[in-house]
Design a protein around this ligand. Structure first.
Ligand code: NI
Length: 162
């Protein structure tokens, strides 16, 4: 059954999988709190689709850039601020936490073309004084949960809390 906003019918598939591999998979998803193997498989597939979608430089993506830096080092706070102002069109919001006397954690929510977002994140992560950084890109279209088969995305029964 096809509903108005692209929610598709539920298909059942059977797959053959090495039993040792399956045991390892079950242990892995158990540690991650999955109660249901199907949902874990669906999330793997979604992750793959999001990766493919965000790999195209012109694709519109959302993302987060997580940065750890020592705010005493090499004027890094100023450089980070300058870079964010220079690319303000890519930055939706930022959040900052002072972790201890020296270390800062900054998380940026970004939006734009994948290629530009990636270049911007690389520039921030590559700044002298930034000790660790990571960009995570996502695309709401590809990640859309479409497996309920009932109503819209937030209608009917669904198994995640938000
Ligand atoms: Ni700080």
């Amino acid at each position: 059954m096809i509903w108005g906003d692209g929610v598709s019918a539920l298909s059942r598939i059977g797959i053959a999988i090495d039993s040792v591999l399956l045991e390892r998979f079950d242990r892995s998803i158990g540690r991650r709190g999955y109660t249901n193997r199907s949902e874990a498989f669906r999330d793997l597939i979604r992750d793959r689709l999001v990766s493919e979608q965000t790999a195209a430089p012109n694709a519109t993506v959302f993302g987060t850039v997580t940065l750890i830096y020592d705010h005493h080092a090499h004027g890094v706070s100023e450089k980070l601020t300058e870079a964010q102002h220079a690319h303000h069109e890519l930055v939706i919001s930022t959040s900052h936490a002072h972790l201890d006397h020296d270390s800062c954690l900054e998380v940026l929510i970004v939006q734009g073309k994948a290629g530009e977002v990636e270049q911007f994140a690389d520039r921030l992560i590559g700044l002298k004084g930034v000790q660790h950084g990571k960009l995570v890109m996502t695309s709401p279209g590809a990640a859309q949960k479409q497996d309920g088969g009932k109503g819209g995305r937030h209608a009917g029964k669904h198994d995640h809390k938000h």
